[in-house]
Design a protein around this ligand. Sequence first.
Ligand SMILES: [Zn+2]
Length: 237
Amino acid sequence: MYHRVVEREDRRDGDRFVTSVRRLRRHLTWLSRLAYSAVPLTALLGQPAGPGRRHLAVTFDDGYADTLELALPVLEAHATACTVFIVTDCIGGHSRWLEAPHRLLSREQILLLHQAGVAIGSHARTHRRLTQLPDAELWSEVADSKACLEDLLGARVDAFSYPHNDADPRVMEAARKAGYRLAVGGNKLPHQAHHLHRIDSAQLNHLQLLVQVSGVHRWARRQPLPKPLRAAARRLL
Ligand SMILES: [Zn+2]
């Protein structure tokens, strides 16, 4: 999972959701060297998260303009499939959920991504925490954002991404009822079609990414290691 992509990361910025073009390129280069291939999210349905997988899905949340301007050329150079999740009430505007707002994709730019073969998914209407909304507002966030994107693209929208990775069984059921085939979230609830686990890869170096993609870190955390070793492993992995 990625968010913003920038030419150069500014360490003083402290934004953990930012990835430089160089870092993204390095991630994709190493994944392909180790024979991992990126597939559309829907191709992962029904597959367990864990060691042994050789394919993965690349996703970008929020729909920043830099997804088209900076990430797409890198993705195309590596023939990498990806899904971009759009906050539909903010199309063509700026992210309102961050301290420093950032430019979001316009309707025309979303269409350009779609024409380039990028899958478009919904990231709700307003990027609010869905578990805190009453039923009617929750429904509008999941169903109206889907309808908005389907109108724009003239194509079915199958994937949803929970804003802030915030989901519970009620929210997952709303996503399912609205017609999404899958939804992506954090790692707090079990891995399933409407709560696929993701790796927050924005700030990982390529070794950390490869460890997480391989699933070795989950295995290592379950091992009966002495406390100091376990703490060291947690820091490294
Ligand atoms: Zn988001």
